[in-house]
Design a protein around this ligand. Structure first.
Ligand SMILES: NC(=O)c1ccc[n+]([C@@H]2O[C@H](COP(=O)([O-])OP(=O)(O)OC[C@H]3O[C@@H](n4cnc5c(N)ncnc54)[C@H](OP(=O)(O)O)[C@@H]3O)[C@@H](O)[C@H]2O)c1
Length: 350
C-alpha cells in the first residue's frame, strides 16, 4: 500500500477546493482506515467552503459521508470490522478534529463508533447516503423523547409506541434528513404525517409515511390538522428537516390541543421564530460531552443502523445522483447542491 493518498483541501475560506496528496495515517486504538469508494455531499460542506463555518485551522478537509472498504484496523476494534469489510461511516472533523478524519479524501480514518457494516445488498452509492442524515434525524428524535437510548437497537423492529393512533410530523420530508426521519419514525411504530412537494408524495409514502401534504398549499396547516383529527391520530412531536419553521411551529401548536409539544429543527433556527407557550423547539445537535457522544454514536451506528441495514428494514434515501469523476468533481458537486436539489443526494464516486 502506498504511503500517501489524494485529497481535496480548502486552503482559504471562499476558495475552491484543490487536489493534493497527503500522508496516509495509521489507525490508532478503536480506529479504522477506510478506502473511500463514494462520498456524499451535505449542505454544511458548501457553507464551510464558501463561508468557513466551524473551521478553526486551514488547510481543512471537509465532508462527512463515506462508504468504502476497511484497509487497516487499529487495536481493539469490533470483531465484525476486519480488513476487507464493506462499511458506511460518518467521517467528519466535527466529531474527531484533524484532517485525517474528513471525508473528502481517498483514505480516511474513522472512530469505530461511527461505522456500520454495509451489507452486499447495498451499493457504495447507497451506503454513502446514510451517515449524517441518520445521525441528524436521531439527534432530533432523541431530543424530542421518542426513543430511550437503551432501546434504540435491539436487532429486530424497534417500536416505542404500541398505540396505533400516535403520530409525528416531518416537515421537508423529501430532504436527505427528512427521508431518514420518516423511516426512523415509521420503524418506531409512529404514524408519520409528512410535507413535501407534490411530485414526491408517492416516494415519501413508500418510505413509510401515512399521509403526505404539499407544503406549498396555502391551507397546509388546516389540511394536516383536520386530517389528523379525522384519522384519530394525536401528534405532539414534530421534526423540521427543512422549510418554513414558523409554519411548522404553528402547525404543531394547532395539533397539540392542550398538551405540550416538541419540535426538533435541523437547520439553524430562525432568529425571528415565535414559539408559543406549550411548544418547545430546539436546534438539533449531538451531545457535547465526549462520553455521551460515544454512547450516542454507538447506539445509532453500531446498534440501530447496522441492524436495520442487515435486516433490510431501511432503504437508501433520497434518490442518488452519482458523479463519477472523482475528487476533481467535488467543487462542482458542492455548487450543484448549493443551487438546490429536490429529493436528491449527490454522491461522488472515487
Ligand atoms: N443540525 C444538524 O446537525 C444538521 C445536520 C445535517 C443537516 N442539517 C441541516 O438540515 C437541513 C436539511 O439538510 P438536507 O441535507 O436534508 O437538505 P437537502 O436534502 O439538500 O434538502 C433539499 C430538500 O429541501 C426541500 N425543501 C426546500 N424548500 C422547502 C420548504 N419550504 N418546505 C419543505 N421542504 C423544502 C426540497 O423539497 P421538495 O423537493 O419536496 O420541494 C428538497 O427535497 C439543512 O438546513 C442542513 O444544513 C443540520
Amino acid at each position: 500500500m502506498s504511503t500517501t493518498h489524494q485529497t481535496v483541501i480548502l486552503s482559504h475560506k471562499g476558495e475552491p477546493l484543490t487536489i493534493t496528496t497527503r500522508p496516509t495515517p495509521k489507525p490508532g486504538p478503536n480506529e479504522l482506515l477506510i478506502e473511500v469508494h463514494t462520498l456524499a455531499i451535505n449542505p454544511v460542506d458548501h457553507f464551510q467552503r464558501d463561508y468557513g463555518v466551524f473551521i478553526k485551522d486551514y488547510p481543512a478537509i471537509l465532508g462527512s459521508d463515506v462508504a468504502g472498504i476497511i484497509i487497516e484496523t487499529g487495536s481493539s476494534t469490533r470483531s465484525t470490522l476486519k480488513i476487507g469489510t464493506r462499511v458506511t461511516a460518518l467521517a467528519s472533523t466535527f466529531f474527531t478534529p484533524g484532517n485525517d478524519y474528513g471525508a473528502f479524501q481517498k483514505r480516511v480514518l474513522v472512530k469505530e463508533d461511527f461505522v456500520s457494516v454495509l451489507p452486499n445488498s447495498f451499493s457504495f452509492v447507497e451506503g454513502a447516503c446514510f451517515p449524517l442524515a441518520v445521525m441528524t434525524s436521531w439527534n432530533g428524535w432523541i431530543w424530542a423523547g421518542l426513543e430511550p437510548m437503551s432501546t434504540i437497537g435491539s436487532g429486530t423492529s424497534t417500536t416505542t409506541t404500541t398505540s396505533t393512533n400516535e403520530g409525528v410530523f416531518v416537515w421537508g420530508a423529501s430532504s436527505s434528513v427528512g427521508t431518514l426521519a420518516v423511516q426512523a419514525a415509521k420503524l418506531m411504530g409512529f404514524k408519520v404525517y409528512a410535507t413535501a412537494s407534490q411530485q414526491h408524495h408517492e416516494y415519501i409514502l413508500g418510505l413509510g409515511a401515512t399521509r403526505v401534504f404539499d407544503y406549498q398549499n396555502a391551507n397546509v396547516l388546516d389540511q394536516i390538522v383536520s386530517t389528523a383529527r379525522s384519522d384519530g391520530v394525536s401528534i405532539r412531536i414534530g421534526y423540521l428537516a427543512t422549510g418554513d419553521q414558523q409554519l411548522a411551529v404553528n402547525t404543531l401548536d394547532a395539533l397539540r390541543g392542550t398538551d405540550n409539544a416538541k419540535l426538533a429543527i435541523a437547520p439553524i433556527v430562525d432568529s425571528e421564530l415565535k414559539v408559543p407557550d406549550g411548544v418547545e423547539s430546539a436546534f438539533v445537535s449531538p451531545p457535547q460531552d465526549p462520553d455521551e457522544l460515544r454512547e450516542r454514536s454507538r447506539s445509532i451506528f453500531v446498534n440501530w443502523l447496522e441492524n436495520k441495514l442487515a435486516a433490510k428494514e431501511l432503504v437508501s434515501s433520497p434518490h442518488a445522483k452519482v458523479i463519477q469523476d472523482g475528487l476533481e468533481s467535488v467543487n462542482g458537486a458542492l455548487d450543484e447542491l448549493k443551487a438546490g436539489v429536490s429529493c436528491l443526494k449527490i454522491v461522488v464516486e472515487l
